[in-house]
Write a protein that binds this ligand. Sequence first.
Ligand SMILES: Nc1ncnc2c1ncn2[C@@H]1O[C@H](COP(=O)(O)OP(=O)(O)OP(=O)(O)O)[C@@H](O)[C@H]1O
Ligand SMILES: [Mg+2]
Length: 254
Amino acid sequence: MTITIAVAGKGGTGKTTFSGLLVRYLRDRDAGNILAIDADPATNLHSVLGMPEPTSVGNIREETAEQVGRGQGVPSGMSKHDYFEYQVNMAVEEGNGFDLIAMGRPEGRGCYCAANNMLRVIIDQVAGGYDYVVMDNEAGLEHLSRRTTRDVDVMLIVSDPSMRGIVTAGRVLDLSHELKNVIGRTYLVVNRVQGELPPPIAAKAEELGLKLAGIIPADPLVPEFDGYGRPLIELPAESPAWQAAREIANQVLN
Ligand SMILES: Nc1ncnc2c1ncn2[C@@H]1O[C@H](COP(=O)(O)OP(=O)(O)OP(=O)(O)O)[C@@H](O)[C@H]1O
Ligand SMILES: [Mg+2]
């Protein structure tokens, strides 16, 4: 059984950073095979994971759809579905103890809805071959309501320690309730906290029904690594952000 963990929340709150650290936690724990899905069309999880930019599924889908439209591309004897499946498998990159697939823009220019539905099924199939899937999502909620994401066991909503961040996190939670067949447990993670979590923020989270999994401190090593283009997955053991992320993962995944 695959355990799918999705990271969602407002823009710039630290979703990609946290997703990368979750991958590291699972890898270090030797929990099984891991697929990281970069579901943000901006494609940047690879840099946190220390990998080159992968060719996205969106690019592959578009190229394939164009080839198919011209009556070329699908090798004879292969169905369109099998060909897409082959292409999606080609987009899976092997990292150091995990795999990565980047979605890019699966909707592409115009909507090839049949192709997109097919793609969703195939990604679920690919992901089904892993013990853990960690999905870094784009900011906002639209992808959830469009159901471009696969079913989720644990959703972690990342927020900054601001009222606006928490209110946005509350909206994500409301949506996850509407989609209750799709999303299992949901937790709040407050990132980049200076010192203690301000009590009004904690009170607001509780009022909105957000279950706090933990806080991640503001850690100067994070922007330092980002500034030098060093992968955050290599943060040293003494990094407070890594320590806190690991603690949160340990709590919500066990
Ligand atoms: N705990 C932390 N301490 C200090 N800086 C942090 C921390 N977490 C993240 N950052 C910084 O915050 C910025 C945003 O982080 P990140 O890219 O992970 O956010 P995001 O939610 O994925 O953004 P987007 O919505 O654009 O995808 C980065 O510059 C990163 O260096
Ligand atoms: Mg991001």
